[in-house]
Design a protein. Structure first.
Length: 163
């Protein structure tokens, strides 16, 4: 059964730049600790419910394209938290300039460090993770319109299940 699941996952990932999967490497979401742009301390482990965690870098052009799209999804799914996490070692001011240069962005933006990329086994950015009550239930690597559509479908399923 596990081999069949892996085969299906591999076939799906090969056919797309973005991939959804429950990732056995990360059954529990590693804790992300940082500071929000509002000056508040942040720890992912304190969050509950469904959370979309978007890992980005200020030097990532696909991240800048994806972030306003995620802000739109946040409006469509008010029962799901959207959190953007900077994963490079830039100063807060650089993150703030990047965010304010976008047309829209998730309400919570966290300044963390490049260590987050190692925690989540990130191979490329943007890297979006769905976390349900502390467990990873989906991973989307890279940015494509098709990947964003898959993320939206997954969020619709989660929202419908929570009603």
């Amino acid at each position: 059964m596990l081999r069949m699941r892996i085969l299906i996952l591999l076939l799906f990932c090969i056919s797309s730049a973005t991939c959804y999967a429950s990732d056995d490497r990360l059954p529990v979401a590693p804790n992300i600790i940082g500071k929000t742009l509002k000056g508040e301390r942040f720890a992912l482990s304190r969050e509950t419910g469904t959370i979309v965690v978007n890992l980005f870098s200020v030097d990532c052009k696909p991240c800048a394209t994806e972030m306003p799209e995620l802000a739109k999804l946040a409006k469509d799914f008010p029962n799901i938290k959207f959190i953007a996490v900077n994963t490079d070692d830039k100063e807060e001011q650089a993150v703030r300039q990047f965010i304010h240069g976008l047309t829209a962005y998730p309400q919570t933006v966290v300044v963390a460090s490049s260590y987050v990329q190692r925690l989540y086994n990130v191979r490329g950015l943007p890297y979006t993770v769905i976390v349900n009550d502390g467990k990873v239930s989906g991973i989307y690597e890279g940015y494509t319109k098709q990947g964003l559509a898959r993320l939206k479908q997954r969020l619709e399923a989660i929202s419908n299940r929570n009603m």
